[in-house]
Design a protein around this ligand. Sequence first.
Ligand SMILES: C[S@@+](CC[C@H](N)C(=O)[O-])C[C@H]1O[C@@H](n2cnc3c(N)ncnc32)[C@H](O)[C@@H]1O
Length: 141
Amino acid sequence: MSDDRYREIARSLQTMGWLQDALLRQARKRVVEHLRKRGVVTALDAGCGAGTLSRYLSDAGMSVIAVDRSPAMLELAGRRASHAQCLQADLSRLSLSRPVDGAVVALSLHEMTESQRVEVWRALQRLTRHGGPLAQRRGHP
Ligand SMILES: C[S@@+](CC[C@H](N)C(=O)[O-])C[C@H]1O[C@@H](n2cnc3c(N)ncnc32)[C@H](O)[C@@H]1O
């Protein structure tokens, strides 16, 4: 999707984000628990959007790098997940000074083309220390 589209989505999340957060809360908590049980201390929230999952990961004690290529989304993430390090970048070209313990790409892969998905997944594998990246495909059980 285009940056313009994500700018519109970011605008609507400012008023309706609470509803999305309520619907996804349990699913996001499960992601946090999954990473926590695997001893993840440094986490990459890949395609962080408005930063709610980043916030949950930070609240669980993890050191979080929140990455999104949309400036509008990242601005929301900076406000919502104020303890996370927010980076504006395309995930397929992301480089970090050191690998993270775990990476999660939540509810984002379906918005990418097949070739983008492959590139992003390879980048996440390269940036993740052990266990590989985790993809959350659906918000609901
Ligand atoms: C549907 S939102 C998901 C947001 C968040 N992960 C969540 O669970 O609420 C998808 C996000 O992925 C980001 N995104 C898509 N492709 C990307 C890429 N190649 N690099 C960085 N961010 C990307 C978009 O900008 C958007 O904010």
